[in-house]
Design a protein around this ligand. Structure first.
Ligand SMILES: [Zn+2]
Ligand SMILES: [Zn+2]
Length: 249
């Protein structure tokens, strides 16, 4: 009886220990968030601080931009990301989300964003809950300067194949509304062998993700356990590797 209780206690301890190991090794990678420089609630530095406290390993601040606001936003976000990386244990990455641009302007805008110091360029894709111009998805996945096509709505096989060929990641979205087509996006990306990332598209501190929510969203759009691991751990490290080889410290 006494031995049995000891064995049960030992098993519980082992289980708790394994959960903690998993947490420490991974952490959240989130390459799509918004600060008050566009329509988010928090300043860039507070958003990074909150993410750091929530167990994030990496966060990109990707505020909405058009051509006119590119330079100012990239400069402000870059300064706060540098400060955070210097003092806290989090990879804070300056980025932008090219939002509602005419498709013909996306390639050039992405190039300019990179030249001005944006390390991650996200394109606001053809979500079914907004009147994003048709052709936006295709323009994004054809640009060598775009890293992530966010919330692509009814993504076509042709778009997903171009994303795979050009190493543009396709987003599974945690954002209300934009997430309505996650199941479709996951299925088409799988057919095209395009690589997926999960983005919170956080606008408020409570939108920042936990690991359990991240896993649930990915399982909820039909991904298998091995695919979930790819999206949460393997693909983010690939993107970080790409940033490093482009000179990100
Ligand atoms: Zn967006
Ligand atoms: Zn966004």
């Amino acid at each position: 009886m006494f031995t049995g209780r000891l064995i049960v206690q030992w098993c519980i301890l082992c289980y708790i220990y394994s959960l903690n190991i998993g947490k420490g090794q991974q952490g959240i990678y989130d390459f799509h968030t918004h600060s008050c420089l566009s329509d988010g609630a928090l300043s860039p530095i507070e958003l990074i601080r909150r993410a750091s406290q929530k167990g994030y390993h990496a966060i990109a601040i990707t505020d909405h931009v058009g051509l006119g606001s590119l330079e100012r936003l990239i400069s402000e976000i870059t300064r706060d990301c540098s400060l955070a990386r210097k003092h806290w244990d989090i990879v804070a990455i300056p980025g932008v989300e090219l939002t509602h641009l005419p498709p013909a302007a996306i390639g050039q805008a992405a190039r300019q964003a990179k030249e001005m110091g944006a390390r991650v360029v996200v394109v606001h894709g053809e979500s079914i809950v907004e009147p994003v111009e048709a052709g936006t998805n295709l323009a994004a996945v054809q640009s060598p300067d775009v890293d992530i096509l966010a919330h692509p709505g009814l993504l076509s096989l042709e778009e997903a194949q171009a994303a795979a060929a050009n190493r543009v990641f396709i987003e599974i979205s945690a954002r209300k509304g934009h997430c309505l087509t996650n199941g479709h996006v996951a299925q088409v990306a799988r057919m095209a062998r395009a690589k997926l990332l999960l983005g919170s598209d956080a606008h408020d501190p409570e939108d920042l993700m936990t690991e359990s929510l991240a896993v649930a969203i990915l399982r909820g759009c039909g991904l298998q356990e091995s695919e979930v691991n790819q999206v949460l751990a393997v693909h983010p490290r690939e993107l970080l590797g790409k940033l490093k080889s482009a000179g990100f410290p």
